[in-house]
Design a protein around this ligand. Structure first.
Ligand code: GDG
Length: 455
């Protein structure tokens, strides 16, 4: 099998620690460990001068190649266009999108720099696997460098409907750039359909089976829902069973029921709406007052982008307001932790809880939903309450309690149902979901994508 080169904005921290908080990192590192190869991306450092000489560190069978970015790159490519336009728009928050032509220019330039680097690293037979919205123009830039390799692209976040995508002034260029890949993969059928809709409506594209023809280009498109390794997650969830932190959490609960949520602090994750739903539960179902605690773990993320500072303030204010209203001398309803925890500890929190509350307003997949189920004890599993706007809903809707995060009362009712669910029903739902997770695990995601890229 030919060598694999993975390219993503950030490369995994070489030693795994509590900063490994991104879904992409968790997925890709596992995949690359099994095949070996090169992982190329930004080091996370800011340098004075643009650099095309990567620093390479080899760990086991992976070469981690990284370059720094300049402050100007960071402002335009990363903070400006990727996280100030693409992220909000692809998550349907066009109200937060802040387009600026200079940022777009910077975005394309950084992609060109990565392509120049790839031209020095790649052998003609290497397969390139490019990840996520930061790198949409990379294949085009590689073709301009004369690279003829197979190049696949996987989008970890949702692909918006054409009318939303068209709010980005350079939408046509972006989609034409995607057409320079050989394979473009999405998380769900819905995302794939949105891409095909754009191509057929605005670029005269024609779809035959899974091949999309746009002008001279013939590209393969499809959905490749990312999974987890359920058995590894289960093992992890038991590892911290005797940790001091878990003991401290349980001691604080004093046998109350536990609802757990874990998300990067991002406006797409529906955190404020979730707090409001918990407030509504306490309001409308008084039997839960004093009997249940919501633990929200939300590691900070992208704090230099304006929308993120705002969501942090809103969340702090919602937590303060709701706790102020309900807290008793021996009970604090919401425990909001604006920090990250070690992975096995997180999984042990999932295992110790009765409900996993995963309610993004939009999400490509949401790995937390899958990790929550995999962490549960088979003889007394907790219940997943899941937003219908998470990519994970497509696979998990029959076992989770599905809710619309725009409907506060419906979320509160979903929570109530979950908290009251009898053991037999919980087991049935859990067993079904575990089958789903095993049938479409992380290895299958990788094998299907790379198999289709190869063929
Ligand atoms: C993107 C897409 C898609 C969270 N807090 C801590 C921590 N985490 C871990 C979780 C999970 C991962 O980070 C988050 O993954 P998600 O899928 O929920 O979300 P994004 O970061 O937005 O990821 C998403 C994903 O890519 C994969 O394709 O599913 O839709 O947006 O694994 O457990 N890990 C540790 N400490 C924390 O405090 N160690």
């Amino acid at each position: 099998m030919s060598r694999l080169i993975v390219v993503s904005n950030r490369v995994a921290p070489i030693t795994e620690g509590k900063s490994t908080a991104g879904g992409l990192v968790v997925g890709v590192l596992d995949a690359l460990r099994e095949t070996g190869g090169i992982w190329l991306g930004w080091s996370g450092d800011i340098s004075g001068e643009p650099s095309t000489a990567p620093v390479t560190e080899t760990v086991d069978n992976i070469d981690f190649c990284t370059i720094p970015l300049t402050q100007r790159d960071y402002d335009r490519y990363y903070r400006g266009f990727s996280n100030g336009v693409l992220w909000p728009t692809f998550h349907y928050r066009i109200d937060l999108s802040q387009y600026n032509g200079e940022d777009y220019k910077g975005y394309v330039e950084v992609n060109q720099r990565f392509a120049a680097l790839l031209a020095t690293l790649a052998q003609p037979t290497d397969r390139l696997w490019v990840h996520d919205y930061h790198l949409i123009p990379l294949a085009q830039a590689c073709r301009e460098q004369g690279l003829d390799n197979r190049i696949g692209f996987f989008l970890h976040i949702p692909f918006p409907s054409p009318s939303v995508l068209r709010t980005i002034p350079r939408h046509r260029e972006l989609v034409l750039a995607l057409c320079q890949y050989d394979l473009v993969g999405f998380q769900t059928q819905g995302d794939t359909q949105a891409f095909v809709d754009y191509a057929t409506r605005h670029l005269d594209g024609v779809l035959e089976g899974d091949i999309l023809q746009v002008g001279e280009r013939r590209i393969r498109v499809g959905s490749y829902p990312i999974g987890i390794h359920p058995d590894q997650v289960k093992t992890l969830s038991k590892q911290s069973a005797r940790s001091k932190q878990l003991d401290a959490l349980k001691a604080g609960l004093q046998h109350r029921k536990l609802i757990v949520s874990v998300d990067r602090l991002d406006y797409s994750k529906g955190l404020v709406q979730r707090f409001d739903a918990f407030d509504c539960l306490l309001e409308t179902a008084p039997q839960h007052r004093g009997k249940v605690t919501l633990v929200q773990i939300a590691p900070p993320s992208r704090q230099d982008v304006q929308g993120y500072r705002q969501i942090r303030r809103q969340l702090e204010s919602a937590a303060g307001r709701i706790n102020g209203k309900w807290t008793e001398l021996s009970w604090t309803p919401i425990r909001y932790m604006n920090r990250s925890y070690e992975r096995s500890l997180l999984m042990s929190f999932f295992r110790a809880s009765q409900v996993g509350l995963v309610t993004p307003m939009r999400d490509g997949m949401n790995l937390v939903a899958k990790e929550y189920i995999a962490s549960q004890p088979a003889d007394d599993p907790g219940v997943l309450v899941l937003s219908e706007f998470a990519g994970a809903a497509a696979e998990m809707q029959d076992g989770a309690i599905m809710v619309n995060p725009f409907d506060t009362k419906a979320m509160a009712d979903g929570l109530d149902l979950a908290l009251r669910m009898p053991l037999q029903q919980r087991k049935k739902r859990y067993e079904h979901l575990m089958e789903v997770l095993r049938a479409n695990d992380l290895s299958r995601w990788r094998d299907r994508f790379l198999g289709d890229l190869e063929s």
